[in-house]
Write a protein that binds this ligand. Structure first.
Ligand code: SF4
Length: 323
């Protein structure tokens, strides 16, 4: 049974933690609730932190010539410098962080879909992008698992977010141990995940962990981290998952009956056609891993990338497209 690391996640405080929205309400969020026992949350409300009260008049992002400003139309206050200063100070003060769950569309926390306006009065938005706090999050932690609650309603996006989050938290433990043995074990245990995400980066990571040039461990870990971020940056394609599952099947090819193999290949087709989730096929492979005592596969994080309590295959249909 895999022992999972505990990821550190910064979240918008208005999810489940505080009634700090501009209108004095808190936003219920099932995913945040579900994650609570399995991660260390660091909730933050940037707007309260810069001195805006609750309730407060709305603020908006005004964009001119590519330059963003955070303004409060009713008071005429320009809050950009305060917000940027708070964001940089807060983000630099975090000793550890693996991911962020931020509020969509917020002028402070929105990651990609915050409305931009041409001035503080005009009601028609002229574009969309990141809010001012989120902008600094992306700048300071480009390799972290960063999502908003809207996108996380989509099953595929959620699966990618959780896989990335737990992989990064696992690597943080390797960094803390500062040992080549821990790095080699991490590389070996995550090989199937890397295979399913990015085969080129999987090979690069293997080479770095092999350390044929006998570099100092600090240099090896820093290079490895850079490539790890590249390896798991994008949601893997379904076809890559299928190739990885076929690779897993190869470990049992001499042990299975032709009917068992045919059943597995049928499941793969169902997965290819979006009829079943990855976890359904993984559980079949896992039963063979146990039956045939296949130790190398038993250690592969691919088959249990995050706690099973977080596997939730339902999809609201409201989640937006995969990045
Ligand atoms: S979206 Fe961000 S700034 Fe707005 S209330 Fe929530 S935590 Fe505060």
């Amino acid at each position: 049974m895999r022992k999972f690391p505990k990821p550190v996640v910064v979240t918008s405080k208005c999810f489940e933690f505080d009634a700090c929205r501009y209108n004095g309400v808190m936003i219920p969020n099932n995913f945040v609730q579900k994650l609570e026992p399995f991660v260390t949350f660091k909730p933050v409300c940037p707007e309260v932190e810069i001195g805006l009260g609750v309730p407060r008049d709305i603020i908006r992002v005004v964009e001119k010539n590519g330059k963003k400003k955070l303004v409060q139309p009713t008071t005429g206050k320009e809050l950009s410098n305060k917000m940027y200063k708070f964001a940089v100070g807060f983000l630099n003060s975090l000793e550890t962080v693996d991911g962020f769950i931020l509020k969509s569309r917020s002028p402070s926390c929105g990651i990609t879909d915050t409305k931009f306006f041409s001035d503080s009065e005009n009601p028609s938005p002229t574009g969309r992008g990141s809010g001012l706090f989120a902008e600094k999050v992306i700048e300071r932690y480009p390799g972290a698992a960063i999502e908003d609650e809207g996108r996380l309603m989509n099953f595929t996006i959620r699966e990618h977010f959780l896989t990335k989050l737990y992989t990064l938290a696992g690597f943080r433990e390797v960094k803390a141990k500062n040992s080549m043995k821990a790095l080699m074990d991490f590389q070996s245990d995550n090989k199937f995940i890397f295979m399913s995400y990015n085969q080129r980066e999987m090979r690069a990571l293997g080479k770095i962990a092999g350390n044929q040039d006998k570099l100092q461990i600090e240099e090896v870990i820093s290079k490895y981290e850079e490539h790890l971020h590249k390896a798991i940056s994008k949601n893997p394609r379904r076809s890559s998952h299928i190739n990885t599952l076929m690779h897993g099947l190869g470990y049992f090819s001499k042990k299975l009956t032709s009917k068992e193999k045919a059943y597995f290949l049928d499941l793969l087709e169902d997965y290819r056609n979006h009829k079943i989730p990855l976890s359904a096929i993984n559980s079949v492979l896992q039963s063979w891993i146990i039956k045939y005592d296949e130790n190398y596969l038993a250690r592969q994080t691919f088959f249990a990338p995050y706690p099973k309590e977080l596997v939730e295959i339902s999809d609201s249909g409201k989640g937006r497209a995969v990045k």
